[in-house]
Design a protein around this ligand. Structure first.
Ligand code: BES
Ligand code: MN
Ligand code: MN
Length: 462
């Protein structure tokens, strides 16, 4: 296995060129205007899987965007690794804040990446990270070093809640049967802190609309006479947190599993520089639930955030109206013990109670997901720990992320398999944001590390 580093160096330019081909196709799953591009990306992924030497490569039809599947089966006496990734991306807007075209990848030098970072939508989330697996498998297959059966499943709807993948998994238990799932769709603590994501938060997502008068009203003629939906919405949102910055929805924390002293020590024991964190985010002070550290608040405590808010006149100059309605999109990040359907129900009941006479409040629920935790003594975690230790030559830290990958807990429920979250991104990758990027170093390090995961996992299986 030790020639992987030189394989990566020798093929570095080709790997980057191939990844650029994927990044050039705008596979935005949320916007129907890009439908043909999403389908073209699936075809391109299929070609790359074939080129890597995988068998039975197919673009599997679903009720939504297709799932690209490929496998290499050695035999029933080998363990099976299922690799999951996604080829769809978030919308690129606001376009004016990109320094280069989101779908014309370029390599740029930055403070975090003096040796270059790939700038494009999807570079880190998740095309670049998914492609590390394709290239690692190319190496393993071409050099006859694959020590396990491998199944690859790359979907095109992760950024919209994986509706078709859920259907696909439920209908393909046998085809997807495995001993461990391997995913690179998260970040490292930092470039010099090798780490594995040991937990994900769950998600409950709603859109609320406060409806007042049947049409916009002159704010002079009617101001003072009717409830203003924008004012009311702001008041209702303000009542979603209390003075300790805790979520004020009755029952919200009721089932939350409290952390042990040891768990808190583990979470707070990772290298973390609060000043650098504030600087990276462009804020002078942090904010959050009283009684918890920032690391805890951003990973293992549940939260509620407005993601967008609109209503009334937002154009140039002053237009004097009372809007007929106002809306907001709200996400709640959930932790072990919390159930997304129940949290959505508790939110809806409370929010409707906050609604005063004179307006009507509607709550629309979107697709959510459960939280996820991985035990640190699991053979899959151990194999990833050894692999990262091998290629970084350092102690490997477990950590908990605030993000969500709803399909991961679903895999556990449907397939009875754990997922190892071995991501190579960085917090500075600006995923879902303008100027998303993925370090060239991170991309190559991922390709170098993945083959060791297979070797160590297969070894522990014997
Ligand atoms: N890859 C991300 C999740 C992520 C990124 C987790 C970095 C940890 C570190 C994934 O593509 C994502 O964006 N998930 C969404 C949820 C989904 C239902 C839209 C999220 O977390 O908002
Ligand atoms: Mn992702
Ligand atoms: Mn994402």
């Amino acid at each position: 296995m030790d020639d992987i580093a030189s394989y990566v160096q020798q093929n570095r330019e080709r790997f980057l060129e191939e990844l650029f081909e994927l990044l050039k196709i705008p596979s935005v799953s949320a916007d129907p205007a890009y439908a043909q591009d999403v389908l073209n990306t699936a075809e391109k992924v299929k070609n790359f899987l074939e080129q890597a030497g995988l068998d039975s490569v197919s673009v599997e039809e679903t009720p939504g965007y297709p799932i690209v599947y490929g496998e290499k089966i050695l035999g029933s006496n080998y363990p099976t690794v299922l690799v999951y990734g996604h080829y769809d991306v978030q919308p690129p807007d606001p376009l004016e804040l990109w320094e280069s075209d989101p779908f014309e990848p370029v390599i740029r030098q930055t403070a975090e990446h003096p040796d270059g970072t790939i700038v494009a939508r999807g570079a880190s989330d998740d095309k670049g990270q998914m492609f590390m697996h394709v290239k690692a498998l190319e190496y393993l297959i071409k050099n006859n070093r694959l020590p396990a059966n491998v199944k690859l499943m790359i979907e095109g709807e992760e950024e919209v809640g994986s509706p078709s993948l859920e259907w696909f998994v439920k209908n393909n238990h046998e085809k997807l049967a495995n001993d461990i799932i391997l995913i690179s769709d998260t970040a490292l603590i930092s470039k010099d802190t090798p780490s594995i994501t040991a937990g994900l938060r769950g998600l409950s997502y709603v859109e609320v609309t406060v409806q007042g008068p049947s049409h916009d009203l002159h704010s002079g003629l009617y101001g003072g006479a009717v409830a203003n939906p924008a004012n009311i919405l702001a008041q209702m949102i303000a009542r979603l947190h209390d003075e300790k910055n805790r979520v004020a929805i009755p029952g919200f924390y009721e089932k939350v599993v409290e952390l042990s002293t040891d768990e808190r020590a583990l979470i707070n024991g990772i290298p973390f520089d609060e000043e650098a964190y504030k600087k990276m985010l462009g804020v002078e002070a942090l904010w959050g639930e009283e009684g918890y550290t920032v690391l805890e608040r951003a990973s293992v405590r549940p939260t509620l955030d407005v993601n967008g808010i609109w209503g009334g006149y937002t154009g140039e100059g002053a237009k004097t109206i009372i809007p007929s309605k106002a809306s907001a999109k709200i996400s709640m990040r959930l932790v072990p013990g919390q159930n997304p359907e129940e949290i959505t129900r508790l939110f809806t009941e409370y929010f409707k109670k906050l609604s005063p006479p004179g307006v009507k409040t509607e709550v629309k629920a979107f697709h959510g997901g459960y939280p996820y935790m991985m035990a640190l003594d699991h053979p899959g975690y151990k194999a990833a720990e050894r692999a990262l230790n091998k290629t970084f030559g350092k102690k490997v830290y477990p950590f908990y992320t605030g993000g969500s990958i709803p399909i991961v807990p679903l895999f556990e429920k449907e397939l009875g398999a754990k997922s190892v979250l071995m991501g190579f991104g960085l917090d500075t990758d600006r995923i879902h944001s303008p100027n998303e990027n993925f370090g060239v170093w991170n991309f190559l390090k991922g390709i170098e590390t993945i083959p060791y995961f297979y070797a160590y996992f297969a070894e522990s299986f014997r």
